[in-house]
Design a protein around this ligand. Structure first.
Ligand SMILES: [Zn+2]
Length: 163
């Protein structure tokens, strides 16, 4: 198989465009939980968030490279996670051919510029998604969180019930 140029999706992933023009990222091969799906180390850093960036710190946002990773949509039952410490995209669950990749936006985004009403279809869909700041700690603890979001939560003082 030919190697992909920098702008293309990483090996094993493919971008699909729906009839309404919205795009999404899918597995085009079976991928096991724990697999590193992409190296995001070439992402560009910027101080301000956009609808496509991944938050790493207070004024530290990643404009993703490979750029196609921006087409990974939010899901309340995520199957992938942006690990901003290791700077990789990792599979949280086994992925079958055709599965849509979904990450949990509040796992990295403390306060999102554009909140939205989620329609991911998960049985436990949370509805309105505006970032971790808008969510109870008990809800967030079910997810794999970035160090920044975990630290913000701790600073908010809502982890006291964690024991
Ligand atoms: Zn949802």
């Amino acid at each position: 198989m030919a190697s992909s140029p920098q702008c293309a999706p990483p090996h094993g992933l493919v971008v699909r465009t729906a009839g309404n023009g919205s795009r999404s990222m899918h597995a085009n091969t079976a991928l096991a939980a724990g697999t590193v799906l992409a190296d995001i180390g070439a992402s560009r850093r910027q101080a301000e968030p956009s609808r496509y960036t991944i938050q790493r710190g207070q004024a530290d946002h990643l404009d993703l490279r490979p750029a196609d990773l921006r087409f990974i949509n939010h899901g309340c039952s995520p199957n992938v996670h942006f690990d901003v410490e290791r700077m990789v995209l990792v599979a949280l669950r086994d992925l079958d051919v055709g599965d849509e990749l979904r990450c949990f936006y509040p796992a990295t985004e403390w306060s999102m510029a554009e909140a939205f009403d989620c329609a991911c279809g998960a049985p436990d869909c949370l509805g309105r998604i505006g970032g971790a700041v808008a969510m109870p700690a008990a809800q967030l603890r079910r997810y794999c969180l970035s160090p920044f979001v975990a630290a913000q939560l701790q600073a908010r003082g809502t982890l006291e019930s964690a024991g």
